[in-house]
Design a binder for this molecule. Structure first.
Ligand code: SF4
Length: 314
């Protein structure tokens, strides 16, 4: 199946997924947390998987079957592996854009030191690049790149792409307990991501079964620290922890407002109290959210923050 969905996505609204990689899973990485299982073809060799006309025909057919109110906001390459391993990616994007729907690509960015890969990817309207590691040792442990890839080449490719790309660039960093979630590493990572000037830097955690069973989520304190460090260098930072949410300010429903905002970013205690006041609610709402373990209270430096509860031990 080449296309699937649309799937609701906080980042992209309604997103029609496109898998341009023929099975088995083919990737330059074999991330310990991968949610589509272990990499079967671990390679940097590009291949022509589907013909661009086949991808176009399938997506066009899929769109015709959708009801108007289910029409996607984006056509998104989210593959059974790494989408830039597809030699036809650029041509497929060009054809799909004639459908009048913006095209997004979610890439691990490992091949962006190749000029032809950058120019194909630059045809997309929205690109998310994976940036999990600030040093080679972490990169090798977490992303497990195929032999022959170099960490310095990967980063210089990402910087070049960020500089050349005219569309919307976002970054996504998956945080995994004891791999890349210590404050020293997160600080370094924030500095490196900052140089890419992404529209939004997303911080995610494993929410589906990972390739390796031992993989765990960071503790709430670590996720909060990551957000604070990214935010402190001026990055527009959002959490992706499996909850839909939007920072829509106050709507009159304090319970929902707090859940929505804390799904996107930690809420400082003074801001939360102000929100309760604006929503004409009292602190019993906060106590109820804490009691039901819907949000967690964490400390960062001398301030208290609240963020949406997720199970850090699963
Ligand atoms: S880059 Fe993506 S598809 Fe490849 S192993 Fe990592 S998470 Fe899985």
């Amino acid at each position: 199946m080449i296309s699937f969905g649309p799937i609701p996505s906080r980042r992209l609204g309604k997103s029609l997924g496109i898998n341009n990689i023929v099975s088995p899973k083919t990737c330059t990485y074999n991330c310990v947390y991968c949610q589509v299982g272990k990499t079967k073809r671990h390679t940097t060799e590009q291949d022509a998987f589907y013909l661009p006309e086949v991808v176009f025909r399938e997506v066009e057919k899929h769109l015709r079957r959708l009801k108007p109110d289910n029409y996607p906001d984006y056509l998104t390459f989210v593959s059974n592996g790494e989408p830039t391993l597809d030699l036809n990616l650029g041509e497929s994007i060009t054809r799909l854009k004639t459908l009048g729907i913006p095209v997004a690509v979610i890439t691990n960015a490992s091949l962006l030191n190749r000029e032809e890969v950058r120019s194909s990817l630059a045809l997309a309207d929205w690109v998310s690049v994976k940036v999990d590691a600030a040093n080679e040792a972490t990169w090798k442990k977490l992303n497990r790149p195929v032999a022959g890839l170099s960490f310095d080449d990967y980063w210089s490719g990402v910087y070049l792409f960020a500089d050349e790309f005219f569309g919307t660039l976002c970054s996504e960093s998956m945080l995994v307990r004891n791999y890349n979630d210590d404050a020293g590493h997160l600080k370094q990572l924030a500095g490196m991501v900052k140089e890419l000037s992404p529209q939004t830097a997303y911080l995610s955690i494993p929410i589906r079964p990972p390739a390796e069973k031992h993989v765990g989520r960071p503790a709430a304190e670590q996720l909060n620290t990551a957000w604070q460090l990214f935010n402190s260098v001026g990055l527009n930072t959002e959490l992706l922890t499996g909850f839909e949410g939007v920072d829509a300010g106050y709507t009159g429903n304090a319970f929902e407002d707090i859940l929505n905002i804390t799904a996107v970013h930690p809420l400082r205690e003074d801001a939360l109290l102000k929100l309760l006041e604006n929503d004409q609610a009292d602190e019993s709402v906060l106590q109820s959210l804490l009691h039901q373990r819907l949000i967690d209270k964490v400390q960062y430096r001398d301030k208290i923050f609240y963020l949406r509860h997720y199970n850090a031990t699963s």
